[in-house]
Design a protein around this ligand. Structure first.
Ligand code: MRU
Length: 345
């Protein structure tokens, strides 16, 4: 199984598979402190909602172990390490969930001893990682019941092993369906501007021998209209109590296409992706990224210098367009009123 976020106790470092280089190069980077982890998240060497949560959890452990942070009292250092990591990307709630979880355990157990605090944070980071893999397997188990033998499904962005601690959410559904002996085909949206579909999902599925075909984002509509797609499954970066789903830009138009053409549209996400403190999509902060991500493709300029650009990294899909949300606790369907808080608490 792909392990994109792995801690090495011998060197006290976090090894990340550099996802900006895939699929051309399979190289890793090593992070030795919270600054290097934060940089890796901002530059998307590690990306995907659960994976950045796991990386940040390890980042806290590295920060607490780093002598540079031992000049101020533990609680103060802990706060500034967490603040730095939380400022990396705003949309995926898993990041904040993981940071709060580690911070709470360290505050409750560590006293003022940095060595103890680092060990406690590391133990919690290991637990978050192990639980994420388990949650993905359960998502796969539930989601695979929705995929019928012989069908063709479509996915967007990368919600695979690379985006999680392993196995994946949306791609976990495909992995589990295959483990059950089902035969099916997958269309993969390339996912402009950063091409997580072409670079990452295609890489995962191709190397594992899935029957997957890459398409440009603007090809999905006619495939769906022509009955070539029987289901769509995507991941999520944040899901509100009322079922509004923030996910990679381009998810919302797919959900509209699915509704118009009567194709089921599924979101696969672990409990850590739900933000029950908010109800509606407009309460989610949508990250806006560097304009050169749109002006350039793979380092090649495709638009005039300084061309004005709009580059939101995520969009929000309302619950009425979502057939069901596949979680590690079961399938939530239909999505209205209290169905989400009843299952995710
Ligand atoms: O900008 P990214 O690559 O971090 O965006 C990733 C996505 O939108 C994924 O679909 C989402 O995080 C779910 S990953 C299981």
């Amino acid at each position: 199984m792909i392990d994109a976020v792995s801690y090495h106790s011998d060197s006290g470092s976090l090894e990340l598979l550099d996802q900006t280089l895939l699929p051309v190069e399979t190289k890793t980077v090593r992070c030795h402190n919270e600054h290097e982890v934060a940089h890796a998240i901002v530059t998307m060497k590690v990306r995907g909602a659960p994976a950045i949560g796991v990386a940040a959890a390890y980042g806290i452990a590295l920060g607490l172990a780093s002598p540079a942070n031992h000049q101020t009292p533990l609680e103060q250092s802990l706060e500034s390490i967490c603040k730095l990591l939380a400022a990396t990307r705003p949309t995926a709630v898993n990041l904040f969930w993981a940071i709060e979880r580690v911070k709470k355990v360290v505050k409750a157990q560590a006293g003022s001893d940095f060595t103890a605090a680092a060990a406690i944070a590391l133990k919690e980071a290991h637990a978050i990682k192990a639980e994420d893999i388990e949650m993905c397997r359960r998502i796969g188990h539930f989601g695979a019941t929705l995929l019928k033998d012989g069908e063709t499904w479509l996915t967007h962005c990368n919600a695979g092993a690379l985006a999680t601690a392993g196995y994946g959410t949306a791609l976990g559904v495909f992995r589990a369906a295959r483990e059950q002996g089902k035969k099916f085909k997958i269309f993969v949206d390339e996912t402009r501007p950063l091409l997580q579909g072409a670079r990452l999902t295609a890489w995962e599925l191709f190397h594992e021998g899935f029957d997957a075909t890459l398409i440009c984002d603007n090809m999905a509509g006619s495939l769906i209209r022509d009955d070539k797609v029987q289901g769509i499954v995507v991941g999520a970066d944040r899901i509100t109590a009322k079922g509004f789903v923030a996910n990679k830009i381009g998810t919302y138009p797919l959900a509209v296409l699915a509704k118009y053409n009567g194709v089921p549209f599924y979101v696969a996400a672990p409990a850590s992706t739900f933000d029950l403190s908010i109800n509606y999509g407009n309460e989610i902060k949508i990250e806006e990224r560097d304009h050169n991500e749109v002006r350039f493709v793979g380092g090649v300029q495709v638009a005039p210098d300084n061309m004005p650009v709009y580059n939101p990294a995520f969009d929000v899909t309302p619950p009425e367009l979502i057939t069901a949300i596949i979680t590690d606790r079961g399938i939530i369907r239909p999505i209205y009123g209290e169905t989400i808080p009843e299952i995710i608490s």
